[in-house]
Design a protein around this ligand. Structure first.
Ligand SMILES: Nc1ncnc2c1ncn2[C@@H]1O[C@H](COP(=O)(O)OP(=O)(O)OP(=O)(O)O)[C@@H](O)[C@H]1O
Length: 270
């Protein structure tokens, strides 16, 4: 399938070509991601949407270079990053940050929020002390939390939604070029979710950030993204500008996803 792109002529920030990931062998092999190609332009918000098991998280992990592809290539700003290792891979992880569905697993259980955020900030930017504290507090305020409420808490003392917001605040502080948000708002209630989606929109504008948003909920895709890529059983079955995919879906699978969202415009606040 041709690489879908919204910015013909300009070099994409991310270019995935034929990305493939197979788990297992022989009769038990699962093609979790099967020959998927796409681009992300600078400051674009692109959503990957699909049902559970369609391969979204595997694709996210490939883009994050947390998993090795079985086939295909990945480029960042024209540079082949498919096989980066060691120090180069760590430097890639400064450019590409993630917020996951279950942020509990990404927390060190023995770090308070202050230590978690402070450590990330020092590693990414070298900032500490009072300036670091100010940056942490500001990032937390961006996601509707106050430093006084959460900085001295341990992960188990936070709700799922608070943990998700702390991870989004962490990603904000690191100022990556690309944010991969995998079901990053799944634990938030409707009004908070809309709020966080707006924060993500601001980030792209104010911090020149590119966002790959991953969700099973095509309603959220509609709210947040410039383009939508639809995944089904590891394959990209449809892609295009959000309005086009939502209002003129070409693939039967996309129509089915849309049929599950009868009141698309209200869905975000349901
Ligand atoms: N480590 C693994 N080993 C074996 N199979 C895996 C592994 N990770 C994922 N899979 C399989 O790959 C397919 C895609 O899984 P993936 O988690 O990427 O889907 P998803 O669309 O993100 O689903 P969900 O929305 O439920 O998280 C599934 O069939 C899954 O069982």
């Amino acid at each position: 399938m041709n690489a879908p792109s919204s910015a013909p002529g300009s070099q994409p920030l991310v270019e995935a070509k034929g990305l493939t990931r197979v788990f297992g062998h022989g009769a038990n092999a699962v093609r979790a991601v099967d020959d998927v190609s796409f681009t992300l332009g600078r400051q674009e918000v692109v959503t990957i949407v699909g049902e559970s098991g369609s391969g979204k998280s595997t694709l996210a992990r490939l883009v994050l270079r947390l998993l090795e592809p079985t086939g295909g290539t990945l480029h960042l700003a024209g540079r082949d990053v498919t096989a980066l290792k060691g120090r180069e891979l760590r430097s890639y992880w400064r450019d590409v940050q993630a917020v996951f569905q279950d942020p509990f697993s990404s927390f060190n259980q023995f770090f308070t929020v202050r230590r978690l955020l402070g450590r990330s900030l020092r590693l990414a930017t070298g900032t500490g002390g009072d300036q670091g504290e100010t940056m942490m507090t500001q990032a937390l305020e961006h996601v509707g939390l106050t430093g006084a409420d959460v900085l001295d808490k341990w992960p188990h003392q936070l709700s799922g939604g608070q943990r998700q917001r702390v991870m989004i605040a962490r990603a904000l502080m690191m100022q990556p070029r690309i944010l991969v948000a995998d079901e990053a708002t799944s634990m938030l209630d409707a009004s908070l979710r809309a709020n966080i989606l707006n924060v993500l929109g601001d980030l792209r504008r104010d911090h020149d950030m590119t966002i790959l948003f991953i969700t099973h909920d095509i309603g959220q895709a509609c709210y947040v993204s410039d383009r939508v890529l639809v995944m089904c059983q590891g394959e990209l079955v449809e892609h295009g500008p959000t309005d086009q995919v939502i209002f003129d879906p070409q693939h039967e699978y996309t129509r089915r996803l849309l049929a599950d969202v009868p009141r698309l415009h209200e869905n975000i606040l349901d």
